[in-house]
Design a protein around this ligand. Sequence first.
Ligand code: ADP
Ligand code: MG
Length: 669
Amino acid sequence: MTTEKLEPLPIKRLQEALINRIAAGEIIHRPASALKELIENCLDAGSTSIRITAKEGGMKLLQIQDNGCGIRKSDLPILAERFTTSKLSTFSDLSRIATYGFRGEALASISHVARLSVVTKTKSDSCAWRAVYADGALAPLKPGQSPDPKPCAGNDGTVITIEDLFYNTPTRLASLRSTAEEYSRILDVVTKYAIHNPHVSFSCKKAGSTSPDVTTPSGSEVKQTIQLLYGHSIANELMHVTAQKSDDDLQPWEADVLCSNANYQAKKTIFLLFINHRLVECSRMKRALEAVYSAILPKGTFPFIYLSLIVDPSSVDVNVHPTKREVHFLNEEVITERVCDAIQNELGKQSHSRTFQYQKIASQHKVRTCLTDRTLDSMFPVVNQATQPSPPPDAKSHDSPATQSPSPLKIRDIKESECYLTSVLNLRHALIKGKHKQLTEILEKHTFVGIVDLQRSLSLIQHSTKLYLVNNGALSEELFYQLGLRQFGDLSRMKLQPPPSLRSLLQIAVNAEPSTKQSKLTKDQIVDKIFGLLMSRREMLAEYFSLHISSSGSVESLPLLLRDYTPNLDKLPHFLMRLGPQVDWTSETECFDTFFRELAYFYIPGPLPLIGYQANDVDEGQVKAEQWQIQHVLFPAMRRYLCAPQSLLDRDVIQIANLPDLYRVFERC
Ligand code: ADP
Ligand code: MG
């Protein structure tokens, strides 16, 4: 042992640098997100020309040159400090625009995760200045030099250069895609901003290449730019639609739309949404718009929509999503509806020959909500088109699935949603940590043998030479829990039509509970309590779980965990009731965990265990449908998505035979 005294390490500084780096990663995810911030800065600086150069998908180099107002030399020292911005000065400014990310964070963030340098010149300066930044502050160009900005030659305007993005955050680096994919995201951002800013000339190219991949002239118009960048076939089929505040709206707003008509069909929706001139995402709005078109476009084809929305800046909340791309805004529902109606109207005017009904949602996600007449139809998408994936067992088609044939239904890809909430990441991580390798593999590679007992949720599966009896209820509960976590914040919606009243559903459930003497509350009080609790969390339920409850208390949509699978809606009242006492609303992690547990419990096939199948009123069709879903939807989904925990082994999966042993038995006979 040495007796040498160790100097204490400067822990505090280290932590701070690390924290800044992590915080930066929340804002800057990839080259395209850095570029988005930089383009916005150029536009804010009044540029009419923006030139972008990228090397290796922007990971090696991302350079953006503008001809805007430039940055004063005296501002350079604090340029990359957090919360330095020329765009707000008072608190009231802050509350007006801060929500939009005008918080002086972009350059600061970039300086923490990349090498950042700036060359800039204002009109009144006689030369340009070059400054290099590291971790939020000016840094010397070469070791030993002073960090002060150096004079250099340059044009009016600013050139920002980012090199080696994420060089010091290897995990973020590892999460990036191929350079080709990152570059295509860059082009996507440039294309969209170019369309929204037709008065500005844009160009974007790879370093070393002489011909740009995107280039637009200045002084053009939105429609021309769309034509230039997306092609003639779109531009000829565009309709111009506007919508604005009506007398009952409190906040002023207006929407300017260029969208395709019934003659245009894209493979997927192209949606350019600008709110107050910032490119954002709003998946709910997108879905609502898609629904308008789903009524007129052939299945599997989608529209092009450019939508510029101007709202009162104080009504936009971008903080709901750490990436700041997904937004919420006040009166979102009303505005969405008005815009949809306006588009619908215009589409109606244009199609003289046919009439169609305005459907707010894709018909395949409509479900019947009358609790007494749940039929096969309500469990399956209407099967009338060749593209429909899942014929129900009694469909009179010749290729109805034979029990033993391989599953005809392809389980669609279910992407893991991007999420940076530590709570969700921790829950996801816990799944991976708790994974039982062997069992997961058995489920991944199993062959489905058959349902043994529907009431007791038992099925037989085979893997290599072994036969297992499994509890398909328990397995699907785990599957649904995991699917919930996987799609957190980005779950599809299952629209309820007409939307049932939350209060009545709760009443049904509470009344069905055996009365307990212990409870000090009357049943009505219990209903009130749960109702109040869920209503007060409406926004969160909608945002995180796609459980939409209207302000008037109707349940408008439920989270859709797995396409082609509809839960038994008889259990809906019970599910909603349990959300009151069974979800831990006080802590974030617990809340997400328990909510998804409850949701999974609701999703398990079959009726409530206590109610069970009454001997006489077994609905033959319903039973068949359920069996079909278990075999053709649930087990295939488990193959792909279930990360089986150890706990399932204890009770729910039992090896009942080893085929070689069985053969031996037979040999003896
Ligand atoms: P914000 O845009 O939120 O103010 P940024 O970190 O993106 O924060 O930029 C900080 C400041 O740097 C801006 O407020 C602006 O004054 C200045 N700036 C950044 N980019 C440019 C540019 N291209 N031209 C002129 N000024 C710029
Ligand atoms: Mg900015």
